[in-house]
Design a binder for this molecule. Sequence first.
Ligand code: BG6
Length: 489
Amino acid sequence: ELKDNTIIIVLGASGDLAKKKTFPALFGLFRLGYLPRDVKIVGYARTKMDKAEYHKRATSYLKNPDNDPETTSAIEQFKEISTYVSGSYEDSESFAQLNSHLQEIESHYQSKEANRLFYLALPPSVFVPSAKNLKEQCYSPTGQNRIIVEKPFGKDLDSSRELLDSLKQYWTEDETFRIDHYLGKEMVKNILVLRFANVAMGAAWDKNHISNVQITFKEPFGTEGRGGYFDEFGIIRDILQNHLLQVLSILTMERPVSFSAEDIRDEKVKVLRSIPPIAREDTLLGQYIAANGKPGYLDDDTVPHNSVCPTFAATTLWIHNPRWEGVPFILKAGKALNEAKVEVRIQFKDVTQGIFKDIVRNELIIRIQPSEAVYLKMNTKTPGLITRAMPTEMDLTYKRRFTETKIPEAYEALILDALKGDHSNFVRNDELDVAWKIFTPILHWIEGRQGQLPRPVPYPYGSRGPKELDGFIQKYGFKRANDAYVWPV
Ligand code: BG6
């Protein structure tokens, strides 16, 4: 339930995340009338800016290409509820000033209840001082206080625990909303419904029917502009350890007792705990090189010239439980590839040999983006007088089926959840811990902590990834469809 008298405070208001994601999402919700009544949005950052400058910055990513008058007027109204305070993240005096600003806004409320949602769109170096100062200077004594934080949550198991321990001195788990924005994506949220509201799906969801699963993230651009930042983390921390592992946990968890946040997260944690740390033999690393007129990763001046940071990784996880024993889950992610695509591909087993030969396997594909879709590759008889099977698709492409519905942005969905206090689509502390347990050993190996420093294999900018990839996925039983179908034998 939404609380009136809420102020949303965006820390890091002049940064990239705020401009590109937070403000557009807040605006999207505001426009649709989903924000609490009389909401106010307060930006906070180091940069000194006057109101006009701040408004320009905060609205710089709000799209209105055709100058639609309704949008223009909504943007103007959005500016009216937006104010700004500048200050440092370390200095408690600055936060005291922020608090005075909040109190001044709240003095106009009719009721005494004052709720505050703090959104930390901040670099990790200032997470802890900001969280501390917010608690000590800006905590509303008369309402709800919540804090939204976003990765990076440390760099490995130890640093993540250290960060969580520091933060929990000030903010309880109940007050904390850890964003993994993939959990706000429509098709990721759809997995629960697909699995548990369909007997036909649920019945085939196990090692007896599924041969292998691939969860793939592809981006057609490199680290342009943020190479220096990326180099500290690499693709595994950027995408696999959080976004793809979250998708995996929802795909594979047992049915929760209810759809409550704790029941769902209990099941996610349980399945993640059944996954041992990733083995080196199950990992393929790549780094993109210049091609097609585009620069290589190492050509970026902000990247160390001998960096071995992977910009591509494919890695296979195994789940040791009765449902999934022996099924390979291949997570793969890369920058500077040939296309933008995020999808889950569940490849079923071959039909029992006998009457059919070389028949194509069923595959269920959940396309997360672009163009949300669920489709099932299946065999049907070729229509007409010939007796042959042919591969076809049962296709649920959202933009064709749900023509009237606008699919919300992930950040819109998540901010609304946080305003309502629903933790279902946020990462719990123990979930984060177990995610790091799975990935920390491989990360330490990649970074040479065990003496060896594996060099990622090169792949050209704009390609499908390292050429070793096809062999890699085939090793785990993935069968590419073959065009020769013979039926009957
Ligand atoms: C972020 C990563 O978490 O997700 C980025 O840090 C990546 O490197 C982004 O580009 C991808 O998000 P989306 O929503 O565009 O798939």
